[in-house]
Every structure is written in C-alpha cells, then in structure tokens.
Design a protein around this ligand. Structure first.
Ligand code: SF4
Length: 634
C-alpha cells in the first residue's frame, strides 16, 4: 500500500503525508515507490533523514533492492562529520557549515597553488585515479561512515570524493539541514546539477519537521556572544560606529539592554519583550534614527568580514562574533511581527531570541519540488502537520496501521497521580506515590525498563526516591551527556537483557530514534504527560496557531504531546514477535485514552505481571514483592 501511495504521489506531482506504523517498512517501500517514477521521469530522489542511523538505514535498503534496479545512491553528510581535518582539530570541529566551507575553500586553493600540505586529503583527490573509488561507491553503496573509513585508508577526503559523485547519483540521502538551510541547499542543488522541480523529496521521521523548521529560522544573541565580541574588539581595534559611539560602547549598550530586559520581562526561563524594545534602546543610546542604525549594522558586518578574513589568513576558523551580532541585529529589525516573537531567555546564560513561530517559512522550498512524501510512525493528526509545514490543503494523507499483532502491546494508566504543576504544589506527596509505583512495577517485573519523565527537573525530583532493585543496573539520560557517553549507556542497558532500568526524558534522545527490539526493552513507564512547558515562547506559539489555524490548543499542545507519547511507547514493539507494556503514571492520560488505546488500572504492578505471565508462564518465577499474585521473571 505504501509503495502505491508513494508511487502515485511522485506520478501526480503531489504531496503525500503518511503515518505508517512500525513494521510497515517505510524506508524500503518509499524507495521502491519513488525510484520507479524517478527513473521513468528523469527525476532525482532526495531522501532526508534526521539522524545518521536513519541515513544508514536508507543505504542498507538501497543495497537490498539493488537486485531489482540498477540505481546509484550516495550518503551525504556535512564537513563537520566528513572532513578528516575537523576530526583532529577541535577548532574546526566547532565550525559551522559556512565557516568550514571558507576554511576548506582556502585550503583547496592553496593545494591548487602547489602547497600540497595545506590539505593532503584534497591533494590526494586531485592526484589519485578516482575510477576505483567510483567503482567502490557503485558496487558497495557505502554509508557515510563506511565511506569515510575507506577514504581514510587511502588518505582521501571523503567529503570531496562524495561530492564529485553526487551528479551521477539517482538517490541522495542527506540530513535535513542540507535541504532546509538555504545556503547549503543552493550548494547541494549545484552538485546535483538540477533544480527543485527535478527533485522527488522524501522526509523521514517527519514528525520532527515543524519544530526543526522553527528552530532553524530562529536566532539568538547571547551574553556569551557579547563577551566574545568584546575580546574581538580588544584584538582587532575599536572603531567609531556612530558619532561619539565606539564599537565597544555599542556592545556595552547591548549588554545593558539585555540586563534590563531580563529584569523587566523575564518570567522563569523566558519573557516576551516589546517589538521595538531593543531598537529604542539602541536609538537612544547611540542618538541615531532607525535608518541610521541600519547603517551601523552594515559597519559591524564589514568589520566582522575583516576579522573573518584576518583569521582565515592566519589559518584560523574564520569566525567573527561582531559579524554574528550584525547578522542578528539586521534580522531582528526586519522580521515580520506575526511570524516571530521577540524574547529574552535565560538558562545558563541570558540572550535575546527571535523565535520563529511559523514552520512553513523554512519549508517553502518543499512546494517547489517535483513531489514530496512526509512519513513517520507518529504523525497524527495529519491535517495538523499539513497546515504546520504549509503544504497545500489538498495534499494526500494516509494512515497505515502496524501489521504487528495489537495484543502484543498493552498500555494502562493510573489515576491516583499526576505531574500537573498545581497538583504537585498542593500535594507534594504525589511525587512519593509516583516513585512507589515505579519501585513496585520494576521490582515485580524485572525486565529492561525505561522510565520516561516529562522533563529533567521532574526526573531529578522522582529518581532519588525510586527504590533500588537488587541486581538491576540503573542508567540515566542526562541533558549534559555527550552523544558518545549516552550511546555507551544505551548499549550497556540493551545488553543487560532484563536487568536494567533507564531514566530518560520524553522527547529526548532515548525516546526517539533508538530501537530496542526483543528483550532490550519490554516495559515503558511514562511519568506525567509530556505537555509542552507553559513558557512565554509556547504561549506565543499557541496564540499564533489560534490566529493562523483557528485552534491553538490542538496544534501547539495536543498534537505534539500525542506524538511524544506515541514515540515513547513506539520503542516497545519493533518486530512481529516483540511484546511490551507501557504504564502511564498520570490521570490526564484519560484524555489520550483513544489515541493510545490505553485502559485505566488500579494496580499497575499487577497488570504488568499479568501481561508478561500470559506469554510463557513456565519462564517465570514468583516475585518477592508480589508473591502469591502472579509469577515474575527473575
Ligand atoms: Fe577537509 Fe576535505 Fe576540505 Fe580538506 S578538502 S579541508 S579534508 S573537507
């Protein structure tokens, strides 16, 4: 069914939005359906993924279906992942795409001038016979990581070697940023040798797209940037930028304005500031008109360019914080009031933020593509998605159920606890009851269990109260954890086969994008309902959706919460034989009863024991905690 839907979307040049449950073979089916039409119509297939592991899956599936078609697919990643020099140089590793592009351009130019040691990897690409590389790419269809290893052995630049083969590729698998960032998209289209109208687009894990698109178009000016801008002025000079105002005066003025905004408008972690607050502060502080202020931003930008050139010339990352500041101020003063909200935010540091409310701004290029397919296991409500990313209202929508037996998964919820703020304030003992539920379930069940909390703050409040279970390892997803450390913890958790508990966050890195087949995870405990935090930013988004779509609650609150819940329980069943259970510890789950197919229960530990006993009673022994009730696995 999915193949036909995708084929027809490509054939009819339309947009398809499809929720396709676990086990429906989204990647392989969409490739099959789209490749048919692309081949006949001379179009290129651009497959966008959110994570590297999804991109790897695209290449594996392409290999699998190679027998039926002679296609050539290539996996693209940015320089930060692919450049061998960035892997060993922390300064380069910290560069953004534009900065790395400048460094790379400079080094390649030096190689072309005969300075081979400027980049030995590029020099090898220039001097080696690349035919063997071409054969390897066509024969093996390697993932980006596999190709990077292949190139490393031959001292070749994988980025340049990949780029040179893009024009011949029928399928390009790339991260979201390569399409949705205008600067990178133009480069990509150049390499592909085509226009947007020649591209059949697939957006995988599309439930991420609305928030991704909003973040991409948002920008910040933080206290840290201002401090680094001051250092830059110390190093490169302090010119006058307006009569009687030096550049350092201007940076100081911005810092003072930020402090005033924090004092006046911040509520908890953010606050909306009046539309012209910053502009008025700067006009008053520099005694300039609004028009003249724009001229000042140009001066900042020119100064920033000078700094970038000087740093590039010295072999450093061409970064300028003054340039960044100029870009932010120019954007801030020109942005559309209805599409953005101006905020002051404070977490580790304070900042001005222009937060984009309208995901359709970044998604506009999708409309110019030959066709597009947006798919995910958790995309409902589909109409909400269509409106959020600005697809035509007549886009095709479809829901394909998972083929796995529905009785392999059970979801229950309790109604004696909640993480609702007002209730927790009134009755702090609720936290203890939540911890008691978790302790009882985990000790009775003794299967690999992930506990998903609505926030790190709630996790830090509940976790210390959960009783340790003898012999069970405990892992935690911390916000500050590097990707490597988190993956190590996940790997150890998976290999514990029934003897581990992990504390994680709904909507975090563990709850999305990592598969836990078989006994790698059999029980999910969802603490609270992962509603978005009622911040000023979120209230502005809800208001924006109310005005634009006529229903702020559904678009900004209900739909994203449903998707987060479904993502978390979706980790349970990854194959036909998987069985798993989810317990939601919050009475508000009743509002999601239908979408979750959940039922109310009084004793979740007993329900869990019942569910797992149904499978193979002989595999179970009596639990210490629930001796006499039901057997639990030891
Ligand atoms: Fe890095 Fe390759 Fe550019 Fe050299 S050519 S700087 S190795 S990306």
């Amino acid at each position: 069914m999915l193949i036909d839907l995708v084929r027809s979307a490509c054939e009819c040049r339309s947009h398809l939005v499809v929720e396709s449950g676990t086990g429906t073979g989204k990647t392989v089916c969409s490739l099959h359906g789209a490749l048919d039409v692309c081949h006949r119509r001379g179009k290129k297939l651009l497959y966008l993924t959110r994570t590297n592991s999804q991109q790897r899956q695209v290449m594996y599936e392409l290999r699998g279906i190679r027998g039926t078609r002679n296609h050539f697919g290539i996996a693209l990643q940015g320089r930060r992942n692919m450049c061998p020099l960035a892997k060993v140089d922390p300064e380069l590793a910290d560069g953004n795409p534009e900065e790395l592009s400048k460094v790379c351009g400079e080094r390649k130019a030096r190689v072309m001038r005969g300075e081979e040691d400027a980049c030995v990897y590029f020099a090898s690409v220039m001097s080696q016979d690349m035919q063997e590389v071409t054969r390897h790419l066509r024969r093996e269809l390697p993932t980006a990581e596999e190709f990077a290893d292949y190139c490393q052995e031959r001292t070749l630049c994988p980025y340049e070697a990949t780029k040179m083969h893009v024009p011949a590729a029928d399928v390009v698998a790339a991260p979201y940023i390569m399409f949705f960032d205008g600067f990178i998209r133009r480069t990509l289209l150049d390499w592909m040798g085509c226009s947007l109208g020649d591209i059949a687009l697939i957006v995988d894990e599309a439930h991420n797209l609305p928030s991704y698109a909003r973040e991409l178009k948002s920008s910040k000016l933080s206290e840290v940037t201002l401090r680094l801008a001051e250092n830059e002025i110390d190093e490169f000079g302090d010119p006058e930028v307006a009569e009687g105002t030096s550049m350092s005066d201007l940076v100081g003025l911005l810092g003072n304005s930020l402090e005033s905004a924090v004092e006046e408008y911040l509520i908890d972690e953010d606050g909306i500031i009046p539309q012209s607050f910053l502009e008025e502060e700067l006009m008053f502080g520099t005694r300039q008109t609004s028009t003249k202020l724009k001229g000042t931003y140009s001066q900042l930008s020119n100064y920033g360019e000078m700094v970038r050139d000087a740093r590039k010339g010295a072999g450093r990352l061409p970064r300028s914080y003054i340039h960044r500041m100029a870009g932010f101020l120019t954007h801030w003063h020109t942005l559309e009031e209805g599409e953005y909200v101006k905020l002051v935010v404070k977490s580790d540091t304070s900042a001005f933020e222009a937060y984009c409310l309208d995901a359709s701004i970044a998604c506009k290029p999708v409309l110019e593509c030959h066709s597009s397919v947006h798919m995910s296991g958790t995309l409902r409500p589909l109409d909400d998605y269509v409106l959020s990313v600005g697809l035509p209202r007549d886009s095709v929508t479809a829901e394909i159920e998972s083929p796995f037996p529905p009785h392999n998964r059970r979801i229950v919820f309790v109604d004696d606890v909640t993480t609702r703020y007002e209730d927790l304030e009134r009755d702090p003992a609720i936290v203890n009851r939540i911890a008691d539920h978790i302790s009882s379930i985990v000790s009775a069940c003794r299967r690999n269990t992930i506990i998903f909390y609505p926030s790190y703050a709630t996790m830090h409040r509940v976790r210390p109260l959960v009783a340790a279970v003898e012999g069970m390892q405990v892992y935690t997803e911390e916000r500050s954890m590097g990707q490597g450390d988190l993956m190590d913890a996940v790997q150890q958790f998976k290999s514990a086969h029934g003897n581990a508990v992990m504390h994680a966050v709904s909507g975090g890195r563990v709850s999305e994008g990592i598969d836990f087949p078989g006994d790698e995870m059999e029980l999910a405990i969802i603490v609270g309902i992962p509603y978005p935090k009622p911040t000023s930013r979120h209230r502005a988004l809800q208001y924006f959706c109310e005005i634009k779509f006529g229903d702020g609650w559904t678009h900004a609150v209900k739909a994203p919460t449903e998707r987060k819940l479904l993502q978390a329980v979706g980790r349970l069943i990854r194959s036909e034989t998987d069985r798993g259970m989810a317990v939601v510890l919050d009475r508000r789950a009743a509002q999601f009863e239908e979408v979750l197919n959940a039922s109310r229960c009084d004793s979740p530990a007993r329900e869990v024991l019942d569910f797992f006993s149904e499978r193979s009673p002989e595999d179970h022994a009596t639990s210490d905690v629930y001796k006499g009730l039901r057997p639990g696995r030891r």
